[in-house]
Ligand binder design. Structure first.
Ligand SMILES: [Zn+2]
Length: 248
């Protein structure tokens, strides 16, 4: 009977390990999609900066074209001013020239500002594009790692399942059926050590006679409340130490 109890402790250790590995395997796709989303955000940012730079350049070009037209108008007005003998007409022309000069000067300043900002955006674009390239390579490497990790986890899980099945096969059939049923329910802890005469799973206190039975190591006793298998604490620790010594 003690052998069966030891098998239960080993089975519980296998269940624990399987839970961890399954959780890890389930987490890999989530991490992958998180990284892919980060890359997509970076791509959008690179495009946004390129578009902003194009807008700044186009606006600067518009202003430049306007300045050329305005300069032509100024030259024409100045020619008129040199020829006219009408003081009122001269005053109007001078006024227009002054207004145009102010406009040209303001717009040229704006165009310069835009060109400067386009240069800054070009610098930012180069930096972002480099980061994007790096992130793409990182993601590609991560994808390969995930694929390798998944294969490794699957192999490890398959190995643990084989050990679990082999150990289960050695249990009496009713105990095996009970263990499998609790495992399918996702109970996590199926065999637990008794703790100070209470169930190590749910904390229910055992009647003294039952606690004695568990300590006797002579039968597979289940908690009356949560139905988990109860194992004498010293036997639990012995088995755990043996497993650690065996590197399992
Ligand atoms: Zn219990």
């Amino acid at each position: 009977m003690e052998d069966h109890l030891r098998r239960l402790v080993r089975l519980q250790r296998l269940e624990d390990r399987l839970t961890i590995l399954r959780r890890r395997a389930a987490g890999l796709p989530a991490e992958l999609s998180e990284r892919a989303a980060h890359l997509a955000a970076l791509e959008a940012e690179v495009e946004q900066v390129a578009a902003e730079r194009q807008q700044a350049l186009a606006r600067a070009q518009d202003l430049e074209n306007r300045s050329v037209t305005q300069e032509e108008r100024i030259a024409k007005l100045e020619a008129q001013l040199r020829e006219t003998r009408d003081p009122a007409a001269a005053e109007v022309a001078r006024h227009e020239v002054e207004g145009l000069r102010q406009q040209v000067s303001a717009e040229q300043e704006e165009a310069l500002g835009l060109l400067e900002s386009a240069e800054g955006l070009a610098e930012r674009h180069r930096a972002l594009a480099a980061r994007l390239e790096e992130a793409r390579e990182d993601l590609e490497r991560f994808r390969e790692t995930v694929a390798a990790d998944e294969a490794e986890l699957e192999a490890e899980i398959a190995g643990l399942l084989a050990r679990r099945d082999a150990t289960l096969a050695e249990l009496p059939s009713d105990a095996r059926a009970h263990f499998e049923s609790l495992s399918e329910q996702g109970r996590g802890k199926i065999a637990v050590p008794m703790k100070a005469d209470s169930c190590g799973g749910c904390g229910t206190r055992l009647v003294p006679n039952d606690a004695m039975k568990v300590r006797s190591r002579k039968l597979l006793h289940r908690c009356p409340s949560c139905a988990r298998f109860l194992v004498a604490p010293d036997l639990w620790n012995e088995e755990a130490e043996d497993a650690a010594a065996a590197g399992a």
